[in-house]
Write a protein that binds this ligand. Sequence first.
Ligand code: AMP
Length: 220
Amino acid sequence: MELNLVFFGPPGVGKGSISQRLEKTYRVPHVSSGQILRRKAEESSILAMQIKENVAKGELVDNHTVAYLIEERLGKKDCRKGFMLDGFPRNIAQISMLDAILKHYDKKISIVIELSAPEDVLVERLSWRRQCRQCGKIYHMKNLPPKKPGVCDECGGELFQREDDLPETIKKRLEVYKKSTEPLKAEYEKRGLLETVDCSGEIKENLANIKAALKKRGLA
Ligand code: AMP
């Protein structure tokens, strides 16, 4: 059975951390639009410069650019049995773009999970977040620190703070989320695909809540 899962939720809610852990359980890859864009932004091209600027300001990158990159990623062999999509779609227009991409690959969304947590929890998590430059693993310097300071437990890569995790940009990203991404909820609810999961607690608890939502729909 394919598991074509879409996660959405505000920045800091744990989409990345949760997907990284579920990859091992469900054996489908974590496809993060933010991660794909950050990689692309490292290239030396006009497109890379544009992406870098949007990401640094906490603004959305152009719909077609992101959709193109997601289409390319979902066409890779490891997505045949499914995927966990994190960060796409992020606005109403991207919903139809994802529909078109999935139609092209003859796939259907199995479930859309909205992760939720109060704003003060999100801001706290984002401020303490560090990420591995090499493999992308996410750490919380207070609650989930690496064994050796500044070094990734998984691959030995260097940990860094995302430039969009600084207070002013966090504020902007939360605003963009409310305005552009929250409306996704109504559309997926209408399609009968939506499950909302509380992710305000410890990572273990949040993972258990997600697994329960998947079980409820016969997906785990
Ligand atoms: P994330 O890692 O999901 O928090 O994304 C980081 C940044 O990448 C966002 O603040 C946006 O600038 C950009 N981004 C990620 N996904 C999308 C998307 N689907 N559409 C437009 N911009 C995106």
